[in-house]
Design a protein around this ligand. Structure first.
Ligand code: ATR
Length: 277
């Protein structure tokens, strides 16, 4: 019988996960399909029950369910425990197990585009929300030695610094001059707003500083746009999206899919190169 997988959340129509996973099933000749299902928080428990009865093998979880799903799962992998959010669920004999592949997906995409040498370099994570939490956890687990954090609300940055033993907290009022950094990772939702505004003076940045923004819709945030105008190497969030999906796919099937091909398919439909070097 054909196996089936899903992504649940709300809204869900815009999700590119079905295109990506279905093309991987096809490439690897796996008899399975992947569908989007709109689930509101108040229906989550019933939806999970239905998915169990209907034989779902595994699914991705997106906004606004990533934290809310935890009480309904049988177990949580350490990757999700540290972050307090789940983006991947796998069926097992003992029930649903929750994982989080967002952080490792980020690191794989970052190193794919910029190499591994930045592990020894000095970096800054901007933001201290759920996305930043997954990323700093994965950076630390991957051996990044010198990562600072900054956030509009200082207290949240201090919490992450302590929890993940980050080097320093940079106060928000000091983000104008970021000349000491070799890489900067923008994790906030500021770039989703049309009035996005950054106090950073991009001309103070080192020419070699690598810039990453985890957003890919809009394709080019103001943050990336300004960095590009200053001739810096930049990547948007498409690589992270594809690599978190590849990690989920691997958890479900034991096979690692081709990430390069789907990156270029999505680049064609979404807006061009996701990385400018
Ligand atoms: P997510 O799970 O997407 O990370 P979140 O947990 O709500 O969402 O965190 C949003 C992040 O974006 C936070 O770091 C937030 O800063 P605050 O902690 O000060 O709220 C940041 N953020 C949102 N809007 C912002 C803005 N206009 N300028 C700067 N930072 C912003």
């Amino acid at each position: 019988m054909k196996k089936w997988y899903a992504v649940i959340g709300s809204p869900i129509d815009h999700s590119k996960s079905p295109i990506m996973h279905n093309s991987w099933f096809e490439q690897l000749e796996i008899d399975a399909t992947y569908i989007p299902i709109r689930v509101e928080p108040e229906n989550l428990e019933e939806a999970l029950h239905a998915m169990t009865i209907l034989g779902c093998e595994g699914f991705n979880v997106t906004v606004p369910l990533k934290e809310k799903i935890i009480p309904f799962l049988s177990a949580i992998d350490p990757s999700a425990q540290a972050i307090g959010a789940v983006n991947t669920v796998k069926k097992t004999e003992n029930g649903w197990i929750g994982y989080n592949t967002d952080g490792i997906g980020f690191v794989k995409a970052f190193e794919n585009d910029f190499g591994k040498s930045l592990r020894m370099a000095k970096g800054l994570v901007i933001g201290a929300g759920g996305a930043a939490r997954g990323i700093v956890d994965a950076l630390k687990n991957s051996g990044y030695m010198d990562v600072d954090i900054t956030n509009r609300t200082l207290e949240r940055a201090l919490v992450l610094q302590k929890e993940f033993r980050l080097a320093n907290v940079l106060e928000w009022r000091n983000i104008r001059d970021l000349s000491m950094y070799d890489f900067i990772i923008q994790t906030t939702s500021n770039g989703l707003r049309s009035s996005e505004n950054w106090p950073i003076q991009f001309d103070t940045l080192k020419r070699s500083c690598k810039i990453s923004d985890i957003i890919y819709n809009p394709w080019e945030t103001q943050f990336l746009h300004q960095a590009k105008q200053h001739q810096l190497d930049v990547q948007n969030g498409l690589g992270m999206f594809v690599h978190q999906g590849a990690e989920s796919f691997y958890l479900w099937t034991g096979q690692y899919p081709n990430t390069e091909k789907i990156v270029s398919v999505l680049e064609t439909t979404l807006g061009g190169n996701h990385v400018n070097r």
